[in-house]
Design a protein around this ligand. Structure first.
Ligand SMILES: C[S@@+](CC[C@H](N)C(=O)[O-])C[C@H]1O[C@@H](n2cnc3c(N)ncnc32)[C@H](O)[C@@H]1O
Length: 449
């Protein structure tokens, strides 16, 4: 919670949580939780009896669980008494379903050790103006570089369904207000996840409890408050029809602040059970490393609604983000970027005398430049536009420009695939030249000269 917040007009209850949804008639969907200041916060309904949790200890390597029972376990599996020195990459305390545990263990290559960035550590955690702490580059980082690959401290469901409580016959929702239902969910969710937190090594638990909590005034307890503030959704495939997704909380990655035009992006890898942070453009020494907590292509109002539950009210990512005139231009641009991508077609005849050979590529060049001005290098439309330009200049046999746009596209491909060659290797091997488009380009171009 930021200082002074309670005194502003925004100090009122707001109900919105992107990872959670309203309970439906079948009572199997996640309930939206409140944020901001909730007057009823912390009050459970009179006479409410919290159900008892029954815990049975089993071998951590056991995969023979019922798909829909929840298990407290470490990933990768750790024998008791092991410490971090014996476990490269560390381990994650998890509350996951039997189904998800199987999915993890059956992933080819699991459990590989998280990657070490090729040139060592390149960041520090420090004060970020008006945003608490943040991550900052300690040396120049190139677009496409891996900044860090980190295993979470904790992975757990990103909510609780009112249905799961109803099935225990402990609640009659007709007698409860919506807010009372939400407070029960927060209470029960916190009670369960505390079990995973208590299992953490003391150092990890300390790091977890030192994370920022933006949910101090809405009835969310100190553990769930940190999950709601810092949780990053991880793509663990739950069984079909299951309402829950999973949130992961990290020691360092959870210090990365949001930016609407970020210079880095995250990518979850199940085989190393870790999240990789890659630079999407060059990052200078001292510059803050930022990622997007929401869809950066969305309009400003939509982004603001998605960011509020993380305690970001308003977004302070750049002076222009909250500037109304600049936001209007950015919204107009994003609407264009979201629409059908430009498809460049080679002209049917050679350019007239005195006209540039690449005049027909100008709309894409302009679009790419605008996306760079908005900081949207980590998006699919950016990679698609760079690919078009790579193809245009391949077609025109302008090797220098083809590689210039090829790099931009390659950074995204490398991040997506994880293990692609670096730009230097690509350049040295000229591997584009073996591609069909390069060959076609060469052939078609012959008729122009
Ligand atoms: C996941 S934490 C990021 C690390 C956090 N700054 C810290 O001190 O640990 C999310 C919190 O950081 C702050 N924050 C992140 N990005 C922000 C932004 N663009 N504008 C304003 N506050 C931001 C908000 O307080 C938010 O609740």
């Amino acid at each position: 919670m930021k200082r002074g917040f309670l005194n502003t007009s925004k100090a009122k209850k707001q109900v919105d949580q992107p990872v959670l949804a309203q309970p439906d008639k079948n009572k199997t969907e996640l309930t939206k939780l409140s944020h901001g200041v909730v007057p009823e916060a912390g009050f459970l309904p009179k006479g409410y009896q919290s159900p008892k949790i029954m815990i049975v200890e089993t071998n951590p390597k056991n995969l023979d669980h019922s798909p829909d029972s929840y298990i407290f376990t470490t990933v990768p599996p750790m024998a008791t008494g092991v410490n971090l020195v014996d476990a490269p990459g560390g381990w994650t305390e998890c509350c996951i379903s039997g189904h998800v545990k199987r999915v993890i263990y059956e992933t080819p290559g699991f459990p590989r050790v998280p990657l070490s960035p090729p040139n060592g550590k390149s960041y520090r955690i420090g004060k970020a103006d008006g945003k608490g702490l943040g991550m900052f580059a300690t040396r120049p980082i190139r677009a496409g570089d891996l900044i860090l690959d980190e295993r979470p401290l904790l992975v757990c469901p990103n909510g609780l369904t009112i249905g799961s409580l109803l099935s225990l016959d402990i609640l009659d929702t007709t007698a409860l207000s919506d807010e009372q239902q939400r407070q029960i969910i927060l209470h029960e969710w916190g009670k369960h996840i505390k079990i995973a937190c208590d299992r953490m090594l003391p150092g990890n638990r300390k790091a977890f409890m030192e994370l920022f909590n933006s949910h101090e005034h809405d009835g969310t307890g100190e553990i769930i408050g940190r999950i709601r503030t810092n949780g990053i959704q991880c793509n663990l495939k739950e069984r079909p029809g299951a309402p829950l997704a999973y949130a992961a909380i990290y020691k360092d990655i959870s210090r990365i602040n949001h930016c609407c035009g970020p210079n880095a992006m995250w990518k979850w890898h199940i085989n190393s059970f870790s999240l990789r942070i890659y630079a999407t453009r060059d990052v200078g020494v001292g510059e803050e490393v930022t990622c997007a907590y929401c869809d950066t292509m969305a309009a400003a109002a939509e982004r603001a609604a998605s960011l509020a539950p993380y305690g970001i009210i308003p977004c302070k990512c750049s002076p222009s983000c909250s500037d109304e005139a600049k936001s209007k231009i950015a919204d107009e641009r994003r609407a264009r970027f979201r629409s059908t991508p430009i498809v460049l077609k080679p002209p049917v005849a050679p350019p007239k005398a005195g006209k540039a050979k690449d005049g027909w590529a100008q709309p894409a060049i302009k679009l790419l430049q605008e996306m760079e001005e908005e900081g949207l290098e980590g998006t699919v439309p950016y990679a698609q536009t760079a690919l078009q330009l790579f193809q245009v200049y391949s077609f025109l046999q302008d090797i220098e420009k083809a590689l210039f746009y090829g790099y931009k596209m390659e950074n995204m491909v490398k991040i997506e695939n994880g293990e692609m060659p670096t730009a230097e290797v690509v350049k040295a091997n000229n591997h584009y030249k073996s591609g069909g488009r390069w060959q076609t380009g060469l052939r078609v171009n012959v008729s122009f000269t």
